[in-house]
Structures are given as structure tokens and as C-alpha cells.
Design a protein. Structure first.
Length: 641
């Protein structure tokens, strides 16, 4: 076995290469447990509180075990951090180079064919965009769009110059020999350690389950970081979805390829399919939300067969023309697959899972979502014949791991829990104000913000105000817009005004800003020091009671003799709250206050479950005492720093 204790000791090789390194007993224990799981090909679940050093704890045995390892992270940002910062640092410390590879989903890589097409198409790219992309095309080795700092990662041009599984031409592409996706997969196939994200890992598992050739290498060990996200992502990959936008993009490509070849019959078929899709969209409500089939008008259900007929007519035309174009076979295959997905996702029965629609201002997506993926996940895990390690800062509810393990089919699995080494009792306070209206009721947001105004003014650093709905977020934005004097010159940022990364960069830079946000800022956000010393959470993060997925899952659990609230809704909300609270203290010297505006914490019996998740942070109800903590108790820390 690996000498974990020696490697992580105060006089070990890791300490000599990391400034300010100090041994952490929980980190050593976790690393030893990961090494043992890899050695014995076992399953291991680890909740490691913030500050445990879980990344180093699993990377060390992964590099020294001699096993081929896949590490799956929750985000592309964490992928880049692991590959470009953590792994090089650790391999230098150990003096043991290991062949590593970074592999992302295909939408992260430049597609040479699509860039060539975009450069030829008038107006597709601006002159400056074309210059940046052509210079990058000629110099990049990886084609990873993260290299292009001059263009934001969410810029509208990226879908024009990256590919999807639907529009990739594969080996028939004239640029295949230089394809960045193919090259990245070849690098991964020969590496000893590959860093991927959850989506890519689960896409690979879904391919294997379907009997297709996988694109990740066979691994001896698979380590899942941010594992609390995995079950929800698995639901997506073992289900079926198709969108209005996918059809429209395909219609555009079909017209480019076949209009001149196909003549009037083809043109009429495309017009018919476009018309059928447009009429279907007109039969769907405009309000952005999730809909169960029985919440939609009868006209939508009547229009679906009409669209299917139009698609069948289009398929007939494309089949005739597919041999006359280089891309014909690929386009026909896409049309058939999208049509099949629509048939599955819009079917009238719920035998395979729940059918539902997600409506946004610019798109409609049809889903067939399995309500329970535990058996399929366990089957996929067993197919790999690898050891699996699942880790996150938020897995257990109290000391109970059952909610997590049951959703992934992990029976008879070893579970370990390491609390944060930070002194939460000394460095943080939690406040649950009394006298507020019921969370979500009319006037609640105004009352909450009036209540916490003294804290906002007493706080020397930055503030997050986290909401559970966009409606509440907009109400907060309106409240501050009417009272600019309360900010006393502090910057105010509102989610949606700019990309998330840009907002966070500005927030960190300012050091005393106020940020209004929703779920997207509840996790995966790291703001250290006084730049974030106050987090205000409006209400307990229960899912909307009319959400079709929640309603269907509740019925599914009830049919199995379980209490849906206790088995699913409560654990999910507790874990979400732990993620939100976790934004506050990211370092041993961080200090701050958390405000929870939901009076159910002291009115309902289940409130104790949420409060216990905050332990050992002291919980009170006095805004004045919290102001004192911010003004005075934090003052020595500010002077010292």
C-alpha cells in the first residue's frame, strides 16, 4: 500500500511544494480510504467538508496506485483546475510523471468543418471574431475553446464553430485527420489518468449500456467529485429529450444541402415540417416553466400527429436525396433520430418514465425522464468492473447517506464522513429572524430585506442574497432599485445582467458588492475572504410543489410505500441548503454571517433537520447580535490581514 501518512506529513514531499501546507488528519484518513478502495476494487462514498482537502486526498492514490483512473468532476472549471493546476503540482512534488489527459464534451472543441462553413457564410461571424478564431485555429494543439479568452465561453458564436453528436460527420468529415475531438479521445485512450466531467462519463456509460463502442478508456478506478450532482445528471442521460431548436437547426442544414438537388417536392416537405413545428409551438403556452402533458391544451396533443406526418414526408424526400450529397447519410440519420426521440418523449403513456415539457422564451424541449435510475446506474457501474469513489462536501443528511446511495443503487457500500476542519463555531453565525411573513407570501421579500438592512450596512465585505425563484430575485432587484441610498455606493449585481463568471470576477474585485442570484450561484462558487462575509437565503430550497418531475416522483415513491416528503423532498432541500450555506466560509480564516429568512425553521418539526445541518455554527434570531459580530468580532481579522 502507498505510504499516505508519510507523503502528507509536515516534512513530506507535498509540504515542500505547497506554500503554507499543514497536515490534516481527515485528509490523510480519506486518502488512505481511497487507496484501499482502489486496491481492493471496492465502492466508497466520502462526504468531505470544505477544507478537508479532498482533491489532494483522491489525487494522491490515483497517481501512485498504478491503476488506470478516470476522474469525473461537476464542472468544466473544476476539470481545468485539476488538469492544469493540481495534477502538475502533485506530479512535480512526487517526482513521478504520469500520462494524463483532459477530455471534455465535443461542444468544447473547435470543429474545423463548421468553422470553415461559418467563415464562408456571409454574416455568420464578425470580422474581429473571424480573425480571433482563424488565428487560434492555426496555433492551437487541443482546440479547447477555454484557450480563447477573447471570446466568452457562452458567446452565441460557439455553436456555429463546434459540433454536436447530431451534426458531426465522423470519419466522412474532410477534416477528420485533424479533428480535435478525435485527437482528444485518442490521447485519453493512451493516458493513465483521464479528467472528464459527469456528463461525459454518463454519456459513455449510456453508450456501453446500449451496446455501442465507448469513447472513454477502460479504467481500473473511477473517482466522482461533486458526486451529489450525479443522480440528477444520470436521470438526464438514461432518459430521452429533443427540442424545437434541434429540429429548426436540422431544417436549415437540410435546405443548404438539398434545395438545389431536390426541387419543389423537397422544398414543400421542408415547408410542411416547419409549418407543423410552428403550429405545435403555437399550441403550447408561452409561460416559461415545466409542464406535465395534462397541463397542456388539447390542441397541442392534436397537433403532434400532424407534425409526425409532416416529418414522415420529409424523411421520404431526404431518403431519396441522401446518396447525392456528402452529408446526406448523416443528415438522414439525424432526422430519423430526432423524429424517434419526439415520438418517445411525446408518447401518451408513462410506462418508461415521466413525459414533460420545458418551455423557455426561445425554446421548447420534450422529455421522457425515468423516475428511478438506481438499477440502471448500478448495472452501468458493475459493467465497468472498476473501483468507484464518490465524494462531495454535501452527500449525507446528518449522518445518513441513504438518500444518496439509494438513488445510485449503491447497496453494501462503505460510507465515511469528515467534518470541515474550520472553526465554524468561532468564525460564523446563523440568524433566523422572527416575525417575518411566511416565506413566499405577498410582501415577504420586502419584509426580509427591510429586516436585514442593518446587516447589509454593518457588513464590511460582500453579500450574496440567494433566492429560490426568479420571481423573488426580480422582487429583490426592484426593492434595491427603489432604495439606492441603502447601498451607500456599493456595487449591486443581479444574475442575468452578465455571464456568471463575469459577475463573480467583478464581485471578487470590488470586495464589498451585493449580488442577487438564484440556484446557479448556490454551488460551485468560491469567493474567499472578506469579499463574501454575508449570505442571505430567502427560503428553504424545496422544489416547486407543482413541478411535474416532483409530482411524478412523489407518486412513484408513494406507490412503493414510502413517504415522498421524508424520502425525497426533505433530503434534497437539506442538501441544497448545505450547498448554499457552503458559499460563506471557503478558507480557515473566513468569517461571516448566514441569514435564513424562512420561519418554518422554528415552526415546523422538520426545521430541526435543517438546523442540524448548520452545526456547529451558532444559530440565533437577533439581527443586532449578528451586526455586532460583523462590526466588532471581524475587526481584528481585518486588521491582521
Amino acid at each position: 500500500m502507498i505510504d499516505i501518512e508519510g507523503l502528507l506529513a509536515a516534512d513530506g514531499p507535498i509540504a515542500s511544494s505547497i506554500e503554507g501546507y499543514a497536515p490534516r488528519p481527515s485528509q490523510q484518513l480519506m486518502s488512505q480510504a481511497v487507496a484501499a478502495a482502489m486496491h481492493d476494487s471496492e465502492l466508497l462514498v466520502v462526504e468531505a467538508g470544505t477544507g478537508t482537502g479532498k482533491t489532494l486526498a483522491y489525487l494522491l492514490p490515483a497517481l501512485l496506485s498504478g491503476s488506470r483512473t478516470i476522474i469525473a468532476t461537476g464542472t468544466r472549471a473544476l476539470q481545468d483546475q485539476l488538469y492544469h493546476r493540481d495534477l502538475p503540482m502533485l506530479t512535480r512534488s512526487l517526482g513521478r510523471p504520469v500520462a494524463t489527459a483532459l477530455l471534455k464534451g465535443r461542444s468544447n472543441y473547435l470543429c474545423l468543418l463548421r468553422l470553415d462553413n461559418a467563415l464562408r457564410e456571409h454574416g455568420a461571424l464578425t470580422g474581429s471574431e473571424a480573425d480571433v478564431l482563424t488565428d487560434w485555429r492555426d496555433s492551437t494543439r487541443t482546440g479547447d475553446k477555454a484557450e480563447v479568452t477573447a471570446i466568452h465561453e457562452n458567446a452565441a458564436l460557439w455553436p456555429l464553430v463546434t459540433s454536436t453528436a447530431d451534426n458531426c460527420h465522423g470519419q466522412k468529415c474532410p477534416f477528420y485527420d485533424d479533428c480535435h475531438v478525435a485527437n482528444a479521445r485518442r490521447d485519453a485512450a493512451s493516458a493513465d489518468l483521464v479528467v472528464v466531467n459527469h456528463h461525459l462519463l454518463l454519456a459513455d456509460l449510456a453508450f456501453r449500456e446500449g451496446g455501442f463502442v465507448e469513447f472513454l478508456p477502460e479504467a481500473d478506478a473511477i473517482i466522482i467529485d461533486e458526486a451529489h450532482q450525479l443522480a440528477d445528471i444520470a436521470v438526464e442521460f438514461f432518459g430521452v429529450s429533443v427540442s424545437q431548436r434541434q429540429f429548426l437547426e436540422l431544417f436549415d442544414e437540410l435546405e443548404v444541402q438539398f434545395t438545389n438537388l431536390g426541387g419543389p417536392k423537397f422544398v414543400d416537405a421542408v415547408i410542411g415540417a416547419r409549418t407543423g413545428l410552428r403550429q405545435l409551438r403555437m399550441a403550447i403556452p408561452d409561460e416559461a416553466r415545466r409542464y406535465a402533458p395534462d397541463q397542456l391544451p388539447i390542441t397541442m396533443h392534436q397537433q403532434l400527429p400532424e407534425l409526425r406526418n409532416e416529418l414522415a414526408a420529409l424523411i421520404e424526400q431526404v431518403e431519396v436525396l441522401s446518396d447525392e450529397s456528402e452529408a446526406g447519410e448523416s443528415l438522414l440519420d439525424r432526422l430519423l433520430r430526432l423524429t424517434d426521440k419526439l415520438a418517445i418523449a411525446s408518447a401518451a403513456n408513462d410506462e418508461e418514465g415521466l413525459r414533460w415539457l420545458d418551455v423557455t422564451p426561445r425554446n421548447v424541449r420534450w422529455y421522457m425522464t425515468p423516475l428511478d435510475v438506481s438499477a440502471r446506474m448500478r448495472q452501468a457501474i458493475d459493467l465497468t468492473e472498476a473501483s468507484w469513489v464518490f465524494t462531495s462536501a454535501t452527500i449525507a443528511v446528518g449522518e445518513n447517506f441513504e438518500h444518496f446511495t439509494a438513488r445510485l443503487g449503491l447497496d453494501e457500500v462503505r460510507c465515511l464522513q469528515f467534518a470541515t476542519p474550520f472553526d465554524l463555531a468561532a468564525n460564523a453565525r446563523a440568524v433566523v429572524p422572527r416575525g417575518l411573513p411566511a416565506a413566499g407570501s405577498q410582501g415577504f421579500i420586502d419584509a426580509l430585506l427591510n429586516c436585514v438592512t442593518p446587516l447589509l450596512q454593518a457588513n464590511p465585505g460582500g453579500t450574496f442574497i440567494l433566492h429560490t425563484s426568479y420571481r423573488a430575485l426580480n422582487q429583490s432587484a426592484d426593492w434595491f432599485a427603489a432604495r439606492p441610498e441603502l447601498l451607500d455606493g456599493r456595487p449591486l449585481y443581479v444574475q442575468g445582467e452578465a455571464p456568471r463568471d463575469q459577475l463573480l470576477t467583478q464581485f471578487r474585485r470590488d470586495g464589498n458588492a451585493v449580488l442577487l442570484a438564484t440556484g446557479t450561484f448556490w454551488e460551485g462558487v468560491d469567493v474567499r475572504g472578506e469579499a463574501l462575509s454575508l449570505v442571505i437565503i430567502d427560503k428553504l430550497p424545496f422544489a416547486a410543489p407543482d413541478d411535474p418531475l416532483l409530482v411524478a416522483r412523489a407518486e412513484h415513491l408513494r406507490a412503493r410505500g414510502q413517504n415522498p416528503f421524508m424520502a425525497h423532498q426533505l433530503p434534497e432541500a437539506v442538501l441544497a441548503l448545505k450547498q448554499g450555506v457552503g458559499r460563506l466560509l471557503r478558507d480557515a480564516t473566513d468569517r461571516g454571517v448566514i441569514v435564513l429568512g424562512d420561519r418554518r425553521l422554528y415552526e415546523k418539526g422538520y426545521g430541526r433537520v435543517f438546523l442540524s445541518a448548520l452545526a456547529p455554527i451558532p444559530v440565533g434570531d437577533s439581527i443586532d447580535e449578528a451586526c455586532t459580530f460583523l462590526r466588532h468580532d471581524m475587526a481584528p481579522q481585518r486588521v491582521a490581514s
